[in-house]
Design a protein around this ligand. Sequence first.
Ligand SMILES: [Fe+2]
Length: 185
Amino acid sequence: MSVSPSATSPISLVSSVSSAGSAPTQADLYDFARRTVADTELIHSLPLDPEGRTWVRLHGPGGSEAWLIGWPPGTGTGWHDHADSVGAFLTASGELKENSLAARLPTDGWKTLELTEDVDRVRRLRAGQGRAFGRHHVHEVLNESPDRHAISVHAYYPPLPQIRRYSRSGPVLCLEQVERPEDWQ
Ligand SMILES: [Fe+2]
């Protein structure tokens, strides 16, 4: 099976006002993350560990799932998706790199697929920079700094029902495991 790029629809981060009671949008989640990274007291309250990532759960808007995450130098998530959740994240300090796929993967029924050459995207997100993403977004997030921690804020809606984890070898993406909330809470 091979996968080609999909058209990504631009989202407006300006029109982020949602009516009371409605599900938070990508823009709402991005706005939450943007406001949260500006809370330096909260950002600096996160315990940092040179041996591994640290995290604190936050209260995201509208019942969303939100996290403050600390990334020691050289750590990363590995390739994964967020199932049907939309989300956003911003770097609060340091710099993160996001490798992502500009392609919609089939949701089920495959174990290995070969990506076409033109689906890879790379973003470098410095403090105050971030992105929102839609359903089925596939990415990995890394702190490639040799000597500096990074801290970021993440929000997802609906709260993550599962995460699919993938290995990647060149163009070949392989589904390795499906994690449930009990695996990371
Ligand atoms: Fe992610």
